[in-house]
Design a binder for this molecule. Structure first.
Ligand SMILES: Nc1ncnc2c1ncn2[C@@H]1O[C@H](COP(=O)(O)OP(=O)(O)OP(=O)(O)O)[C@@H](O)[C@H]1O
Ligand SMILES: [Mg+2]
Length: 353
């Protein structure tokens, strides 16, 4: 196939919705282009804290493929939660093939030939979210659901011929060319690798560094980046079986989002919190604005709630905006300023509201 799509084009497109994760976007762009041209593409495992953009990234790839003319026909994409694999009755990942098949039918139309359908399934792209929820053991106890789910995926990823049933027919599929992208937060993994790095177990112990934030606050931080310390071993210990993890050619660690990223996430992407809020106020003839300092204050507050990632923005903003949403001011310009944000944060801190 003559194919003019370049990884950089995919990267530029994905970056419009995913902020601060350029490395991950780069890897996924290359994998996608390889897959689409029929070159062997690496299966990817995305690891990143909660709210760092894993699901957002997968969703944005899905949207990119389905709304780009010329790609739609090649892009048989399904996204599912890893838990689904633990529940399936047919066993061994057939639910994934069934979804790819159903999707292929939708893409190619009711008159598609059997061969075309089979080909579309064999060239599918499978996103598996929340893959950290299918551990083979949890606190030393075997986790049957996790074992079942990991085995199901393994069967599909082992490049063997797999059969499945659909429309009362049996199909034999070679899954060697299906592209798998899995993602998970692996929360305790982060803690345990951090402990290893802080104690200096097999590595030089980390020393805290002094950082000055955009809001002028000075604090000590550990320069810890999971990507620098993560080993396959850590994933095995977490409860992902070696056979399973080794089917992923690349482990891609997403960054923890800093204040600058959070500020951009708050305003920039299509459907961002701020844009959505603007839409709401526009209905009342109000033009919602925000000052730069107010934006910095929101991002700063959200960045303190490390476990929530970008989801913290929603919590902070809700405190600022809820009164105004209930009782919008008269038509005109409504500007959120730093004071309003600080008051909302102070109210939370003093437990007033
Ligand atoms: N890097 C990012 N770029 C743009 N938006 C982001 C990013 N990270 C998070 N968000 C926003 O925060 C919300 C939560 O992000 P997302 O669902 O992608 O997190 P996640 O990494 O999948 O977390 P979890 O492990 O909890 O599933 C999304 O609604 C999205 O708008
Ligand atoms: Mg997610």
């Amino acid at each position: 196939m003559a194919f003019s799509l370049r990884p950089k084009d995919v990267f530029d497109e994905l970056r419009k919705t995913v902020v601060g994760q350029d490395d991950a976007i780069r890897e996924i762009s290359v994998a996608l282009v390889k897959h689409l041209v029929g070159h062997p593409a690496p299966n990817l495992l995305l690891v990143g804290n909660s709210g760092s953009g894993k699901t957002t990234l997968m969703r944005s790839v899905e949207q990119f493929l389905s709304r780009t003319p010329g790609l739609r026909e090649y892009a048989n994409v399904v996204r599912l939660n890893a838990n689904v694999l633990a529940e399936e009755r047919q066993g061994y990942g057939k639910v994934v093939l069934g979804r790819l098949y159903a999707n292929a039918k939708k893409m190619l139309g009711a008159n598609a030939s059997r061969d075309d359908l089979v080909r579309a399934v064999e060239r599918g792209i499978v996103f598996i979210d929340e893959v950290d929820k299918i551990r083979a053991d949890v606190r030393g106890e075997p986790n049957v659901r996790g074992i079942v789910a990991q085995e199901a995926l393994l069967t599909l990823m082992e490049n063997e011929n797999v059969d499945f049933e659909a429309d009362g027919d049996t199909f034999l599929i070679n899954s060697a060319h299906v592209l798998f992208v899995a993602a998970g937060a692996f929360e305790e993994l982060y803690e345990s690798v951090l402990r290893r790095a802080t104690l200096g177990q097999d590595v030089t112990p980390m020393k805290p560094v002094v950082v000055v934030s955009a809001s002028g606050e000075v604090r000590e931080e550990l320069p810890f980046h999971l990507a620098d310390y993560l080993k396959y071993d850590d994933l095995f210990r977490y409860g992902m079986t070696p056979q399973f993890v080794s089917r992923f050619e690349a482990i891609v660690v997403l960054n923890d989002l800093g204040e600058g990223d959070l500020a951009r996430i708050f305003v920039e992407p299509e459907g961002s919190i701020f844009r959505t809020s603007r839409e709401y106020f526009r209905r009342f003839g109000i033009d919602l604005q925000i000052t730069r300092n107010a934006l910095i204050a929101i991002a700063w507050d959200a960045s303190r709630q490390k476990r929530l990632g970008a989801r913290a923005l929603r919590e902070t903003f809700r405190r600022v905006i809820r009164g105004l949403e209930f009782e919008p001011a008269a038509a005109g310009v409504l500007t959120i300023d730093e004071d309003m944000v600080k008051r909302a944060i102070a109210a939370r801190e003093s437990g007033t509201r």
